[in-house]
Ligand binder design. Sequence first.
Ligand code: PHB
Length: 394
Amino acid sequence: MKQAQQHRRSVMRAVVGLAMGALIPMGAAQAADKVKVGLMLPATGTYAALGSAITNGFKLYVEEQGGKLAGAEIEYAAVDDESDPSKATENANRLVVRDRVDALVGTVHSGVALAMARVAKSRDTLFIVPNAGADDLTGSLCSPNLFRTSFTNWQPAYAMGKAAIERGHKTAVTLTWNYAAGQEAVKGFNQAFTEGGGKVLKDLALPFPNVEFQSYLTEIAALKPDAVYVFFAGGGAAKFVRDYAGAGLKASVPLYSSGFLTDGTLEAMGGAGEGLITALHYADGLEVPRDKTFRTAYAAKFGTQPDVYAVQGYDAAQLLHAGLKAVGGDVKKKAEMRKAMREASIDSPRGAFTLSAAHNPVQDIYLRKAEGKVNKVTGIAAKALADPATGCKM
Ligand code: PHB
């Protein structure tokens, strides 16, 4: 009797076990259920609008796939990094250590991104940079876990320097916020400008995110260069361009910049940006079919036209998808996933691009002209431009 009872119990256990097994498959498929993405971006400060465009772009792509990438449901955790490098390590730790995200995505500000890279590397967490251009991220700090869907600060700046020479300018003054992005942009512009026989009269800089430009404009007027090159973005860029025109310089000294100056900011410039020539890896009016569908979907969802930041966010999600596709959504298969990401061709609204060995886009840099509310493409300043990736040993 006792034996028969035991037998019945063990048969029951086996049946229940089998049934559960059928409901919850073991191993890899179980792990593939969810992928947690940590969005660390600015929601406040001079770069707030840039952070929101990146978020919109990323989420738009995921929604277009039905909220899942390669069968894995995408969950989000988010932190406002305030573009403040002094809070960056703590903020990144909140996502990487506390929330245990599978992928860290961010940010706009180069100084913040450099701190994020260290945290992500210490935990071997996948890190996708959808804006910050710090050259070192895909240079001396390049790493198997780190990918970028945007640019290096060198790329558009170098292309702009070349174009300034081609436009016949012989002398220039530069002005920027004094942190990695501005310093590296100025270095890239100056390299191309001097290689082309130009002379840089003076490099001027003010602390980020200050917008008291008056004394610098007075100095530029006194130096009388053929051209001015600046790096500014977001709210500060709009203020700078209004002040440049207000000081009467727009009519006398041509102003050039990496295209961040005029992306997403032309409306706030209230006409002061009209005619500005910039160089960037995105532009309005591209003959790229993928761009047309992207812009239609973005405008329908958010009621505004996308800018370069929205594109970089969209492409960050595309790159994550490329990795997840190779592993059937199993984010734990890190090596295979990263290999697929490294080898991916991203069908970007900017035009298709691939990644360099250092994991940075190899891409065309467009010349653009501000017309009304758009940065109209006028040509290509540099074709398939790859960053030199100085110091990268993968
Ligand atoms: C940067 O800090 O790397 C940065 C910020 C804003 C931009 C571009 C680059 O628009």
